[in-house]
Design a protein around this ligand. Structure first.
Ligand code: 5GP
Length: 175
């Protein structure tokens, strides 16, 4: 649609960032334009309202997922719960590791932040290989909750990250 194209036109691409061969999609160029940022938030919130199952908790991934997750949670009037990189969250935590190109990384969530059986939405800015979102979904599963949907702004379709995820995936911009 027109609104999606408006957002797409405001995503800046940076070749060879953060390393050679990577074409980095920068969502912050959208946030620099209040009208475009507002259109984006509006589309995300409307989409969540249209889901058949009621979202009870919104989670998002460290760190650019945090730009959108809390906005969606506030709009839905449900709790927001962060999923962060290792060592950032205080108190009792649950963790899940995932493979990177070289080595691995760990995501964490605060224990008891989401009750068993809750319907959870997982938000991030971009889906590439799906490694981070699938680790996030494992975390949610391990605490006994249910990922109703993974909602992302940008999807790099050629990397087939969607195939790694059991939960339904919805993306606004496909590249
Ligand atoms: P994946 O785990 O799916 O391979 O990578 C997705 C994660 O890496 C997301 O958390 C996302 O923020 C980050 N990421 C990877 N490539 C890009 C990119 O081109 N632009 C942005 N904004 N984030 C990226």
């Amino acid at each position: 649609s027109e609104k999606i194209e408006l957002i797409r036109n405001h995503v800046q691409s940076f070749p060879d960032f953060p390393k050679p061969g990577v074409l980095f999609k920068d969502i912050f160029s959208v946030l620099r334009e209040p009208k475009v940022f507002s259109v984006l938030c509006d589309i995300l919130c409307k989409h969540v309202k249209s889901l058949p199952s009621k979202i009870e908790y919104v989670t998002a991934l460290d760190s650019r997922g945090f730009l959108f997750g809390p906005i969606i949670a506030l709009d839905q009037q449900v709790p927001f719960v962060p999923i962060r990189k290792k060592g950032k969250l205080p108190g009792d935590i649950c963790s899940a590791s995932y493979k990177l190109e070289y080595g691995e990384d760990t995501l964490e969530i605060q224990a008891n932040s989401i009750p068993k059986g809750a319907n959870v939405l997982v938000v991030d800015d971009l889906l590439a290989t799906g490694g981070s979102l699938s680790a996030a979904c494992s975390l949610i599963e391990s605490i006994g909750a249910k990922t109703v949907e993974c909602l992302i702004v940008m999807e790099l379709t050629s990397l087939k990250g969607r195939e790694k995820l059991k939960a339904p995936v919805h993306s606004l911009l496909k590249y």
